[in-house]
Design a protein around this ligand. Structure first.
Ligand code: C5P
Length: 229
């Protein structure tokens, strides 16, 4: 990291899936005019790239090489869009396969190391909002504000269920809950960068909060952190 990029403020928003992290991170980035890093999307693209090429996950050196060489383009067909080797994979990475493969490649230390530089490169003036699992603990430990959003597994599965039903998808709540619980376990139990709040993170349990209440509390924390930075 250069001296210049270290001066660029980072707001880290971590937590398990289904806590609304992405929506919150988006909102904060837009309100402040900051850049946004959706680090989960990087793990998802890597997972999809590995699956497309039929690479064995035990072959960690090849997975890491794929991670280093990913040819990615962000935002070229709208906000949040991602192209891999010129192909729009924005929807594909959000499938169950994308989620599953992301958490599998995310457990490989060599893959995490290979994605680190790419994540650090998002730190540009005037600032960055970084959304993920280890933004506050590993990638940007000097963030000016670290928020860890959480909610009960049942509530997170319920939210995801409603989102998918609204999109017209045929999903079953028990299967979603099981998938989410398995992914949580894999993310929390891995030896490298396990999912856990940074010691200096504000933990916000959103189980009983509305989206607006979460946004209001987060924006309060953001304003305070920027005043003190
Ligand atoms: O945030 P999202 O649900 O898109 O992340 C998908 C998966 O990618 C997570 O379940 C996790 O295994 C992995 N991930 C990670 N580290 C991050 C972001 C995501 O290991 N910083």
């Amino acid at each position: 990291m250069t001296g210049d990029s270290a001066a660029v403020p980072v707001i880290a928003i971590d937590g398990p899936s289904g806590t609304g992290k992405g929506t919150v991170a988006n909102h904060v980035a837009r309100s402040l005019g900051f850049h946004l890093l959706d680090s989960g999307a990087l793990y998802r693209v890597l997972g999809i790239a590995v699956a497309k090429r039929g690479i064995d996950l035990q072959d960690v050196d090849t997975v890491a090489a794929v991670a280093r060489d990913l040819d990615l383009e962000f935002g070229s067909s709208g906000p949040g869009s991602i192209h891999l080797n010129g192909e729009d994979v924005s929807l594909e990475i959000r499938t169950d396969l994308g989620s599953d493969m992301a958490s599998r490649v995310g457990a490989i230390p060599q893959a995490r190391a290979a994605l680190l530089e790419r994540q650090l490169a998002f730190r540009k003036p005037p600032g960055l909002v970084a959304d993920g699992r280890d933004m506050g603990t590993v990638v940007f430990p000097d963030s000016i504000l670290k928020i860890y959003l959480t909610a009960s597994a049942e509530e997170r599965a319920n939210r995801r269920y409603k989102q998918l039903i609204d999109k017209g998808m045929d999903v079953k709540l028990p299967a979603l809950l099981q998938d989410l619980t398995e992914r949580d376990a894999r993310d929390s139990e891995r030896s490298i960068s396990p999912l856990k709040p940074a010691a200096d993170a504000f933990v916000l349990d959103t189980t009983t909060l509305s989206e607006k209440q979460v946004m209001d509390r987060v924006m309060e924390m953001v304003s305070r952190a920027l005043e003190q930075a």
